[in-house]
Design a protein around this ligand. Structure first.
Ligand code: SF4
Length: 208
């Protein structure tokens, strides 16, 4: 099916302002909202981009809103936002220069360092208040079957990245959805809290 594409960079959802930075992703998760084709998903916006916005366009699109209305500014993507880490850092730096004070978050699959071939965790220092990393499951085998990462070793790389991020970001959260078995939820809690040292969150599954 041919998707209709648009140019929605920012959109409001649940009291936050979300920033759609990219459609690129190195995963092909079974549960990805992009599989519905429309790009509309639960957010009602078409998040397929005709092209990636430039960093100047991202900044202008954020700054057109009254940012005092929102709890968080969330860098995500209809894809994996860490592809745009350098541009996102540039945007946040310009916002700080302009005197904007807003809680910043990134939602990521946690493989940005694998994508870029360098440790990107230090880039988050002083720029992000929170990062949410999708842990998804408790073993590399299940992770590969569920997320179909392009790179080998993605599960370990994701955990290593989350651990490294804890040095630079006040709140690092790892998430699973509440549809996985109870035992798996508890295994993931141990991985998150004991192995990584992050905050654990079991998210409610939202039907698309
Ligand atoms: S990491 Fe996110 S955007 Fe990428 S395939 Fe998985 S759910 Fe979709």
């Amino acid at each position: 099916m041919e998707e209709k594409k648009g140019f929605t960079i920012t959109y409001e959802y649940g009291g936050n302002l979300y920033v759609n930075t990219t459609n690129r992703c190195n995963f092909n998760c079974e549960f990805c909202l992009r599989h519905n084709g429309s790009g509309g998903s639960i957010y009602t916006h078409n998040l397929w981009l005709t092209r990636e916005p430039t960093r100047e366009e991202i900044l202008a699109d954020i700054e057109k809103w009254d940012l005092s209305k929102y709890e968080q500014l969330v860098f995500c993507g209809f894809g994996e936002p860490s592809y745009r880490i350098e541009d996102i850092c540039w945007v946040i730096d310009r916002m700080k220069e302009h005197g904007t004070n807003i809680f910043t978050r990134m939602d990521t699959n946690g493989t940005g360092s694998l994508i870029h071939g360098r440790d990107i965790a230090p880039d988050f220092a002083g720029r992000f208040d929170m990062v949410s990393v999708s842990l998804n499951t408790d073993t590399a085998e299940k992770y590969d079957a569920l997320c179909h990462p392009q790179q080998k070793g993605a599960y370990q790389a994701m955990k290593d990245f989350a651990k490294e991020l804890c040095k630079y970001v006040p709140k690092v959260m790892m998430t699973v959805v509440d549809t996985i078995p109870k035992e798996e939820i508890e295994n993931c809690r141990r991985i998150c809290e004991d192995e990584v040292g992050a905050t654990y969150r079991v998210r409610e599954y939202i039907e698309d």
